[in-house]
Design a binder for this molecule. Sequence first.
Ligand SMILES: [Zn+2]
Length: 450
Amino acid sequence: MKYTLLALASLFFAAPALGLPQPLLPGLAPRGYPGAGGGGYQSNGRLLTFAQIEQRIAAWKKKYPELIEISALPGKTREGRRIPLVRIGKPGQPELMWLSGIHPREQQPAYCTLRFLEEELAVGWKSQRCLWYVPMFNVDGKLWEETHKDWRKNRVGNGDGTFGVDLNRNFPVRWGGGREIDSTWNDSTARPGADIFEGLAALSEPENQALDAFFAAHPQLRAFMDIHSPLREILFPAHSIAPDHARYLKIVTGMQQRQSDSPYSITKSKPGSEPAPGVRGGNSGLTYTHAYYSYGIYGFNFEISIPSKAKGVAGRYPSERDVAKEYETNVKEAWRFWLETAGELPLAQRGTLKLEGSGTTDKPITPNATLGWTPPIITGGAWSYAVLTSQDPAIVVPSEYRSSPLQNPFTIQVMPDAKPGTSVPMTLHLWDSERRHSTYKFRLEVLKKE
Ligand SMILES: [Zn+2]
């Protein structure tokens, strides 16, 4: 294996010196990649164009017609494009989902997923899994990125001269929770020009609606993985009950152990923990927490990084040689472990828990108020944990997760510009220890200040 790697590395070094186009997905595309003939992608640091990704997948379909089905997510992008979806493996096998390209400027995710799946197909797709794969979720953003470097968001016009919502801040769980200042970014998710702009409401973006609709229509999905760069982390929801926490840990520590270089860090969490009352900030509107808390699909986030720890633009546009090396040492075997083990995770089921009324608050629901909301009595069985989301930006829920028995109310915040009389639709997701899911929909009304 080492010998092969060295040979490939020297090939990459040699190519630019000779002025030849660089091969993509080495070992798998020895004659070069369709569309890569111009060689332009290396001069601007991009590993793959959207056209190249589509051509690659069309080639899979030709080569493995019985294993590949190409379709699209149920919905279009903001600019009206389809979002390609690839089913790998046969129906009836445990179903899993991978997504890459929510942030187009991150070069590693699409490249590494394509390469990994191509290798798995070449050896006969031994995993016995049915994998739903979205190779490039943010298609509009990717096409823009191909001519404007370092683009992260989609392409919606924000009405103030800026463009784009960060699609990985637009899902409902803890949406609006990072508004003051996200310390990692030193920016606010409420600022339209920010790279982490969350949008005007949860699920405002058609791309997010499409993924949400896919989750809703696929109760057989066991696990979901969103692939990013350039951190060095394997993430999962920080708050979960003991049995789920143990399942998560088993998988992520197993992934770490398959890495031959320094392991990626994992989410710091302890079973039964919950966000502190009133705390606001960070991890708002993400894919994997939405998958887990709203649908019971075990959600993961894998951040690929090259060891140089290059920051900013340089970290997002590493050389193909560096990415290939990281893929071989810290990605490939970890992903193989995930494919093997995530298919054994238990499915979510329908629950029968019931509530009546709209609960109680410790203060009136008036503009600019921060208050605690306590649900009404829950009947029909024992609940284990609950997650609260809001469907209207007039109210946001920064402390969205509570476990049983309830000790702290959910924290909700009413926006300063919330109009009195607004009736805000809310959803409480109730889970029991057997992963049975009940949803409770109710409304909270914004009142006039006294
Ligand atoms: Zn990302």
